[in-house]
Ligand binder design. Structure first.
Ligand code: B12
Ligand code: SF4
Ligand code: SF4
Length: 396
């Protein structure tokens, strides 16, 4: 067996903290990040306590719904140094995904599906991760400083860190708002084992505005800066697994994946610049597709159509559940009814149950004639038929 000679170690390039920070910023912008900020990883005890207390309030009220993972590793979520004790600096990176058109327009075209802007292009986790890794490689190869790369799925509260790094502030809708990019930033982080000069944290510029609170279709904000996530359409259509509560279904409208209302209405978007990352541009197949067409997707067609997008993660059945609710909210009965009928015998009980509700909304007079309560094996779907029969009676 031949042995390769050891690869000579490249000598790390010496740099002052300010030079290193500037080199990282330049490289990040070259890689396609739109904003780069630096914050200390060691939080003041009061800041740490405040984050823990707010997270505790959120969890204590049960606002996380099915997202039980938000209640795990809370100490790490609140504090980067508890997550990684060698962390000295947070490099907060942001990518602009501002849409080319107003995302609220599609809500008026109810035979078509509203897919939230963030999910219309390539899966942003992938785009963000590959850029973060490239930046991490640059830092390691050139300077040999220890680092860890994070995006979204890490147990780390990204918005307060981005605020500390100067990108923007957590607005009343709880997301980060930027004076340069409005509501449309994706966030990611690199934790570094070296201390670098920090940027100035951003302060709150919401003022008296409450546009995001007032527009929310499900009234998911119990108070400014507080989100009852289990009422948010983004949670309901993406994270929630089973049937959605009956009283919330009509409020979904034609939104089948996520929701942009509170982001889109923010007045700071007037300063937003159109996204430059081509991978995040809306794919034609995901921009306002017909609900009736989506209702025909089987598993293979679903996977093919949504390959490489965030939508694929929720799987065909949950996606079709959302499509069925949207069909039930449609005012164009002629388009919606055949599509709903096609889902009444679907192999997934989740989809069948949602189709029953949709039928009761669009054609209540047909429920009695079409009901399959006797043949239905699934107790939840049988319950949907029983409810639908009650809805029909109320309608008569
Ligand atoms: C869980 C989660 C969700 C949940 C819960 C959302 C939420 N607001 O917490 C659901 C599924 C609903 C969701 C929805 C969306 N999400 Co999300 N989500 C996350 C995730 C994974 C964790 C967030 C978290 O820790 N929530 C827990 C709660 C307690 O934290 P919080 O919202 O920060 O709440 C704070 C405020 O209430 C604050 N607070 C309380 N009182 C007060 C008072 C004042 C004065 C202030 C300033 C603050 C304050 O304290 C709390 C703790 O800090 C992050 C990624 C990450 N790892 O951080 C992405 C993330 C927040 N999501 C993101 C996006 C894009 C979305 C959607 C826009 C997607 C869509 N179009 O459908 C929506 C927006 C809905 C909304 N209005 O928030 C982006 C946001 C980017 C940005 N610019 O801020 C993130 C950062 C992902 C990323 N890497 O880019 N999301
Ligand atoms: S994303 Fe939609 S449902 Fe969720 S809080 Fe914002 S407006 Fe409300
Ligand atoms: S819509 Fe108004 S209140 Fe909401 S985040 Fe934007 S500026 Fe703040």
């Amino acid at each position: 067996m031949s042995r390769r000679p050891p690869v000579p170690k490249r000598k790390p390039k010496p740099a002052s903290p300010a030079e290193l920070r500037d080199a990282i910023r330049d490289e990040a912008l070259r890689l396609g990040f739109d904003a780069v900020g630096f914050a200390p990883a060691n939080l003041a005890p009061e800041a740490r306590e405040q984050r823990l207390q707010r997270l505790g309030e959120f969890l204590g009220a049960g606002w996380q719904g099915d997202m039980g993972w938000l209640g795990e590793r809370t100490e790490q979520r609140a504090d980067p140094q508890t997550l990684w004790q060698d962390a000295k600096t947070v490099v907060s990176l942001a990518i602009n995904y501002a849409p080319p058109t107003d995302p609220l327009e599609i809500l008026r075209v109810d035979e078509r599906a509203a897919i939230s802007v963030y999910a219309q292009g390539r899966d942003y986790h992938e785009v963000m991760k590959s850029k973060l890794k490239a930046l991490g490689r640059f830092i390691w190869d050139t300077y040999r400083h220890g680092l860890k790369v994070f995006v979204d799925t890490a147990p780390l509260m990204e918005k307060p860190m981005a605020q500390m790094a100067g990108h923007g502030w957590q607005g009343k809708h709880t997301n980060l708002v930027s004076r340069r990019f409005g509501s449309w930033l994706f966030l990611g982080e690199i934790l570094l084992s070296v201390e670098l000069p920090a940027d100035q944290p951003e302060s709150d510029h919401c003022g008296q505005c409450r546009a995001c609170l007032d527009i929310c279709p499900t009234q998911a904000f119990p108070a400014p800066y507080r989100l009852e996530a289990r009422r948010c359409i983004s949670y309901l259509t993406i994270e929630h697994e089973g049937p959605i509560d009956r009283e919330l279904r009509p409020l979904l409208g034609n939104r089948i994946y996520g929701c942009d209302d509170c982001l889109a209405v923010c007045p700071w978007n007037k300063f937003a610049q159109e996204a430059r990352e081509t991978a995040l541009m809306p794919r034609p197949a995901l921009n306002a597709p017909l609900l009736a067409e989506l209702a025909t997707l089987d598993d293979a067609a679903f996977r093919k159509r949504f390959a490489g997008t965030a939508i694929k993660r929720i799987g065909r059945d949950r996606f079709l559940r959302n499509v069925a609710y949207a069909l039930g909210n449609s005012t164009s009965r002629d388009d919606a009814l055949p599509a709903i009928e096609g889902l009444l015998d679907d192999s997934s009980p989740l989809v069948r149950g949602s189709a029953v509700w949709a039928l009761s909304q669009v054609a209540p007079e047909q429920v009695a004639q079409r009901q399959r309560t006797a043949q239905e094996a699934d107790p939840k779907v049988r319950a949907e038929w029983r409810e639908a029969l009650v809805t029909r009676k109320a309608h008569e």
